[in-house]
Design a protein around this ligand. Structure first.
Ligand SMILES: Nc1ncnc2c1ncn2[C@@H]1O[C@H](COP(=O)(O)OP(=O)(O)O)[C@@H](O)[C@H]1O
Ligand SMILES: [Mg+2]
Length: 331
C-alpha cells in the first residue's frame, strides 16, 4: 500500500460568536450574536511521498493542528480535498484509521486508568492484530523506547516522556504506513527527545513509514526532516528541502578573518561585502541575492588574502526560518 499524503487546495474556516463589550453589548449579543469567521487553513497544497518525513512548521495558530485533524478525519474541510494512502479521511474515517497512526503531544489516546500494557491489548483487539505479530512488534518497540520499565503502570501515573513513548507505540502497533505527529516532543527532556527521534528515524528509514511531523524544535527538524512546509496565518508560505531554504533565507553568515598584515587594502569581492574593519580584523558578509555560501566565501577570502586566523558564523535554522516568515509577511 502506498503511504502517500496528497493535499489539494485544503481550507477550513471556523465560525465563532464573539461577545460585544459592555453590559448593553452583552445583551445585544444574546439576541443578535456577532459571528466571526476564522480562516484557520486557507488553500493549502502539498504532497508527502511514501517513506518521506515532512516537517510542517509554523508559529502558534498557523493552522498546523487543523491541517492534521483534516488528514486524520477528525475535521471535515470547508473546501479542497486530501487523500491519505488513497483514502479521503473524512469520508472513510474508519478505513483511514487503519492506515494511519496519530500522536498529539498535548493529550493521550490511551486509557487513563489502565496500565499501559492493557491499553496495548485493547488496541490489538480493535485493529485485529494477530497475537504473535503484536508481541513481536511490542518487543521491537520496547527495544527502542524502553517501555517495559513502566508498562505495568497506569497511564495517569506516567511521566510526560513515558506517556508520549507509550502513545507512540500505541499509534504504531497496527503497523500503519502513515503517521501523524503533532508536537510529540513538546515539554520533554533532551534524553527522551533523543530517544523519540531515534525511534522516528528508525520508523522512516527501516520501516518506510510516511511521517508528517509538527514541532517547534529546529534541532529535531535538522535531524529528521529533509523537506519542510511552512505555514503562516493558514497559508502555505514555503515548501522545499532544508538545503533550498538555507540557500534562499540563510544568507546571514559572517567570515571573520585576521590579516597577516594590518595595512592590507581590503576590497569587496563578488557577492561578499566588508561589514567591519578594525586593524587586522575584517568581517565579511553576504552581499545581494547571489551571495555565495559561507563555505564558498571562506575559500574566496583565504585565497585572496593572507590571513593568520579565520572563523565563520552560520545562521542557525531558527534564524533561517525567521527570515523565511519575514519574507512571507512582506509579500
Ligand atoms: N475549533 C475551533 N474553533 C474556532 N477556532 C479554531 C478552532 N480550532 C482552531 N481554531 C483557530 O484556528 C487557528 C489555527 O489553529 P491551529 O490549527 O490549532 O494552529 P497551530 O496548530 O498551528 O497552532 C487558530 O487561530 C485557532 O484559534
Ligand atoms: Mg497545534
Amino acid at each position: 500500500m502506498s503511504g502517500s499524503i496528497e493535499v489539494r487546495g485544503l481550507s477550513r474556516t471556523f465560525h465563532t460568536t464573539v461577545r460585544r463589550p459592555g453590559f448593553t453589548g452583552t445583551l445585544r449579543s444574546l439576541v443578535d450574536p456577532e459571528r466571526v469567521a476564522k480562516h484557520a487553513v486557507q488553500d493549502i497544497t502539498f504532497d508527502v511521498a511514501p517513506g518521506e518525513l515532512l516537517a510542517l512548521l509554523g508559529p502558534n495558530g498557523a493552522g498546523k493542528s487543523t491541517t492534521i485533524k483534516m488528514l486524520t478525519g477528525i475535521l471535515t474541510p470547508t473546501s479542497g480535498e486530501c487523500r491519505v494512502a488513497g483514502v479521503v479521511p473524512y469520508q472513510e474515517r474508519e478505513r483511514n484509521a487503519r492506515n494511519i497512526g496519530a500522536v498529539f503531544g498535548q493529550r493521550t489516546q490511551l486509557w487513563w486508568d489502565l496500565p499501559v500494557r492493557e491499553s496495548f491489548a485493547i488496541l490489538r483487539d480493535i485493529y485485529e492484530v494477530p497475537k504473535a505479530e503484536h508481541a513481536a512488534r511490542l518487543e521491537e518497540f520496547d527495544d527502542l523506547l524502553d517501555l517495559s520499565s513502566f508498562w505495568d503502570t497506569r497511564v495517569r501515573h506516567l511521566s510526560l516522556g513515558q506517556r508520549v513513548r507509550s502513545d507512540l507505540a500505541a499509534a504504531l502497533l497496527h503497523d500503519p504506513p502513515v503517521v501523524f505527529l503533532d508536537e510529540p516532543t513538546i515539554g520533554m527532556d533532551v534524553v527522551v527527545k533523543e530517544q523519540v527521534r531515534e525511534f522516528l528515524r528508525y520508523q522512516v528509514e527501516q520501516r518506510s513509514r510516511t511521517v508528517l511531523l509538527t514541532t517547534h524544535d529546529m534541532t529535531e527538524v535538522e535531524r529528521l526532516a529533509e523537506r519542510v512546509v511552512l505555514i503562516n496565518h493558514g497559508r502555505l508560505v514555503l515548501d522545499g528541502s532544508l538545503d533550498d531554504i538555507r540557500r534562499k533565507f540563510g544568507s546571514t553568515w559572517q567570515v571573520r578573518a585576521t590579516l597577516a598584515d594590518a595595512h592590507t587594502d581590503v576590497v569587496p569581492l563578488p557577492g561578499i561585502a566588508v561589514l567591519r574593519r578594525d586593524g587586522p580584523r575584517v568581517v565579511f558578509g553576504p552581499d545581494g541575492p547571489d551571495a555565495p555560501t559561507v563555505h564558498q566565501a571562506l575559500k574566496t577570502v583565504i585565497e585572496r588574502y593572507e590571513v593568520t586566523g579565520v572563523a565563520i558564523d552560520e545562521a542557525d535554522l531558527e534564524d533561517v526560518m525567521r527570515a523565511a516568515y519575514v519574507h512571507a509577511e512582506a509579500v
